[in-house]
Design a protein around this ligand. Structure first.
Ligand code: F6P
Length: 342
């Protein structure tokens, strides 16, 4: 059995832990593993490297991905899609393990329809993949946001300011909700619920009147004010899957709040800090479990599946199910966070 493995889309802490787990479990079954460079780009260009136990030694705790990643969509043109299929055959790959979010796994699901055997491993700091309770990378991102909020609290309070903290989360506000709850945010704005600037300003003014002269507002980059179509962004650039580059809502909101309340308001964009560095113990363990299960699936002859976490069990679901829709925030948790607003 010859397994190919690729990491696609935005990187997240835990990718190397998954690669290591796949290689170690594959060695157990005496399967060969080829690492595909830079996501789907590596299959367009047949850019691969052999992976053995030695090549994955010491990578468990490293952020990023030793394979590199890209936001390449081979189905953007029939030409590149054909190249991917041909190269998989030329390289003699029996199955491709695709570690990615909805875009990367969407391509894996399409290839499946063309007779290519694929297995999906869900990753994204955004935690918005359907069919799994958690994706690895999310826990690390939440701890980074929590630490940032702890630090921002002390300086914001000292200066009696309002601080708007923009975090990642395009379609779903998981990071904002979990990070905001853990970091004691006074308001959390998520893509799932359009917000009213007036309401936020009232909260800021009320807190100031009550002698709590500082406020921390966490906003997911994909959150939008009521009545506005599309996202508020600083850029119009789009990636290969047609997603506009997000970022800008924090700055927009900070200016609005300062203008309307007179309270000095700053903004911070946590950006790629949330995706960098060493994974938490939780993410390492989840990544190890996913990688091992993916190879077990191959051994069982089960293809076209995505490994997933449901409760505390690793299960497998059809790949198509994992990418069929976005998993939005569990409003029960958001309601807990709401108790601490204002
Ligand atoms: O992978 C998802 C994500 O983290 C989004 O929340 C964010 O909009 C995007 O990645 C940013 O990606 P890039 O690194 O390509 O700018």
């Amino acid at each position: 059995m010859k397994i190919g493995i690729l990491t696609g889309g935005g990187d997240c802490p835990g990718l190397n832990a998954v690669i290591r787990a796949v290689v170690r479990k594959a060695a157990h079954y005496k399967y060969d593993v080829l690492g595909i460079k830079d996501g789907w780009m590596g299959l367009i260009e047949a850019n691969v490297i052999p992976l053995d136990i030695k090549s994955v030694t010491g990578i468990l705790s490293r952020g990023g991905t030793i394979l590199g990643t890209s936001r390449t969509n081979p189905f953007k043109s029939p030409d590149t899609a054909e190249k991917v299929v041909n190269n998989i055959k030329k390289l003699g790959l029996d199955v491709v393990i695709c570690v990615g979010g909805d875009d990367t796994l969407g391509v894996a699901a399409k290839l499946l329809k063309q007779g290519i055997k694929t297995i999906g491993i869900p990753k994204t700091i955004d935690n918005d993949l359907y069919g799994t309770d958690f994706t690895f990378g999310f826990d690390t991102a939440v701890s980074i946001v929590t630490e940032a909020l702890d630090r921002l609290h002390t300086t914001t309070e000292a200066h009696h300011r309002t601080m708007v903290v923009e975090v990642m989360g395009r379609h779903a506000g998981w990071i904002a909700t979990y990070g905001g709850l853990a970091g004691g945010a006074d308001m959390i704005l998520i893509p799932e619920t359009p917000f009213e600037v007036e309401g936020i300003c009232k909260m800021v003014t009320k807190r100031a009147k009550e002698g709590r002269g500082f406020s921390i507002i966490v906003v997911a980059e994909g959150a939008v004010p009521k009545g506005i179509e599309g996202y508020i962004t600083k850029d119009v650039k789009k990636d290969a899957f047609g997603h506009v580059m997000l970022g800008g809502i924090g700055e927009f909101l900070a200016k609005e709040i300062e203008k309307k309340t007179g309270v000095e308001t700053r903004h911070v964009v946590l950006g790629h800090l949330q995706r960098g560095g060493s994974p938490t113990a939780y993410d390492r363990i989840l990544a190890c479990r996913y990688g091992v299960r993916a190879v077990d699936l191959i051994n069982e002859g089960k293809f076209g599946r995505m490994v997933a976490l449901q409760g505390n069990k690793i299960v497998d679901i059809p790949l198509a199910e994992g990418v069929k829709q976005t998993k939005t925030v569990d409003m029960e948790i958001y309601k807990v966070a709401e108790v601490f607003f204002g």
